[in-house]
Ligand binder design. Structure first.
Ligand code: PLP
Length: 485
């Protein structure tokens, strides 16, 4: 007869075994195909169609990890994974996450777990200082700004948009109290680059506001002049511009909107500027990449994902605002059961007012462990190593006359293609991914089908880049041979 659940003695034993399993998995990950060879629905036939009446044995559950789960896993932490952007993974972060789960608190208010709130506020200040954010964004500086951990960049974009919507409606109604909210909202217009992540357009859909895409220039960056012309036209048409989401490090090509031009325009026009630096933001801890963030002083809010490139496992999306009152003003709800003695003291932060859900995990533990165990120098070295590997791959591509580079390589992403048709490049990508040795995804740049090669795994080394390039080059030769003359 199997015992129900697990007692403490078993937990100690099984926990240690699980750490060993994870360490073995990561240590030997290269031996697995990076991309799974399964068809949709593969899993249902491998497990019963309902939960067991009687408890299963732990050994059986563990056995099923290799039988049921691993065949359908895309191994994001394999050094042969070059798709999307990275998702972070480090041992300190995993251990902190275990502790977070063990404590298991829900830190929606200061009183709901003071350490959860206070460590988060301090960690966002630490990280803000690593990036040299202007003091306005730090909680310790004026007490007006500060940082919060959101789950994802998509949420940060939406939260900023909703706060901006609420701020503009309040402002217009202050000047004209008879103006109806619905009438104002129907005239609002938000903007982003045509290279922005789809989550920005989605935020517009969710918030029920018109969203326009500003065309990027040849380098895939939005320039001030283009934005100004659009604003002029829209204002003449009776619309109310209120929000601009700038991207630093676009998803297709890692391009950087020109925020030193866009910021002053936004400030002059009372437009909320949010900066989405989901991937690239981590690089700004290195002095040589910090100039890419120049212009942040004009922003109302700034966000990037330590869970992408700063060794803090998902989820951990860092967001800062200059005026916390703007966010709290948009989201504050205070039912009696969530009130506490200190909330009116002005001394505490209740993060439930800064986000969409109520519940929140103790995610700042992961930041604390990672920042302390790597140190700023260790984190900078990690970023530099990835950028160096991307440059190495870029060199290989440039040395091969059959290929071309499709966008400037600034950080850890290389966009490249075979000179020739989209069809040829689609065939190349299909064959690469079907071989399952490495994994890439494409993008569209200036109307062309392009392959993206993003340095992702913590353990990627130069030898993996060399192997990946030889593999791509061999497949390219076959694709070119197979072309009709
Ligand atoms: N913004 C940019 C520029 C991105 O590249 C991505 C994802 O790659 C996102 C937003 C979405 O990130 P998240 O999954 O944290 O919402």
């Amino acid at each position: 007869m199997t015992t129900c659940g697990m007692d403490t003695a078993d937990f100690r034993r099984r926990g240690k075994e699980m750490v060993d399993y994870i360490a073995d998995y990561l240590e030997n990950i290269e031996q697995r195909d990076v991309y799974p060879d399964v068809q949709p629905g593969y899993l249902r036939s491998l497990i019963p169609n309902k939960a067991p009446e009687e408890p299963d044995a732990y050994e059986d559950v563990i056995r099923d990890i290799e039988r049921v789960i691993m065949p359908g896993v895309t191994h994001w932490h394999s050094p042969y994974f070059y798709a999307y952007f990275p998702t972070a993974s480090s041992y300190p972060s995993m251990l902190a996450d275990m502790l977070c789960t063990g404590i298991g608190c829900i830190g929606f208010s200061w009183a709901a777990s003071p350490a959860c709130t206070e460590l988060e506020t301090v960690m966002l200040d630490w990280l803000g200082k690593m990036l040299h954010l202007p003091d306005d964004f730090l909680a310790e500086a004026t007490g007006q700004g500060g940082g919060v951990i959101q789950s994802t960049a998509s949420e940060a974009t939406l939260v900023a948009l909703l706060a901006a919507r609420s701020r503009i409606v309040r402002k217009i109604q202050e000047d004209d109290p008879d103006r109806q909210e619905l009438d104002i909202i129907s005239r609002l217009v938000a903007y982003s680059s045509d290279q922005a992540h789809s989550s920005v357009e989605r935020a517009g859909l969710i918030a029920g506001v018109r969203m326009k895409k500003v065309p990027a220039d040849k380098t895939f960056a939005v320039r001030g002049e283009t934005f100004s012309a659009m604003l002029k036209e829209d204002k003449e048409a009776g619309l109310i511009p209120f929000y601009f989401c700038a991207t630093l490090g676009t998803t297709p090509s890692c391009a950087f909107d020109c925020i030193t031009e866009l910021g002053p325009i936004c400030n002059a026009e009372n437009i909320w500027m949010h900066i989405d630096a989901a991937y690239a933001g981590s690089a700004f801890i290195c002095p040589e990449f910090r100039p890419l963030l120049n212009g942040v002083e004009f922003a109302d809010s700034f966000n990037f994902n330590p869970h992408k490139w700063l060794l803090v496992n998902f989820d951990c999306s860092a967001m800062w605002v200059k005026k916390r009152a703007d966010i709290i003003g948009a989201f504050k709800m205070d039912p009696l059961y969530l009130k506490h003695d200190h909330q009116e003291s002005g001394l505490v932060t209740d993060y439930r007012h800064w986000q969409i859900p109520l519940g929140r995990r103790f995610r700042s533990l992961k930041m604390w462990f990672v920042f302390r165990l790597y140190g700023l120098k260790g984190l900078q070295a990690y970023i530099r190593k990835h950028v160096g590997l991307a440059k190495e791959f870029e060199r290989r591509v440039r040395e091969d006359q059959r290929f071309e580079i499709s966008a400037d390589v600034v950080l850890g992403l290389v966009c490249f293609r075979l000179k020739g048709s989209d069809e040829t490049n689609k065939t190349l990508l299909k064959r690469i991914n079907e071989a399952r040795k490495i994994h890439l995804v494409p993008c569209q740049l200036a109307g062309s089908f392009v392959l993206r090669f993003a340095i992702c795994a913590r353990t990627t080394e130069s030898r993996h880049i060399q192997e990946a390039w030889s593999h791509i080059s061999e497949i390219a030769s076959k694709v070119l041979q197979d072309l009709p003359n």
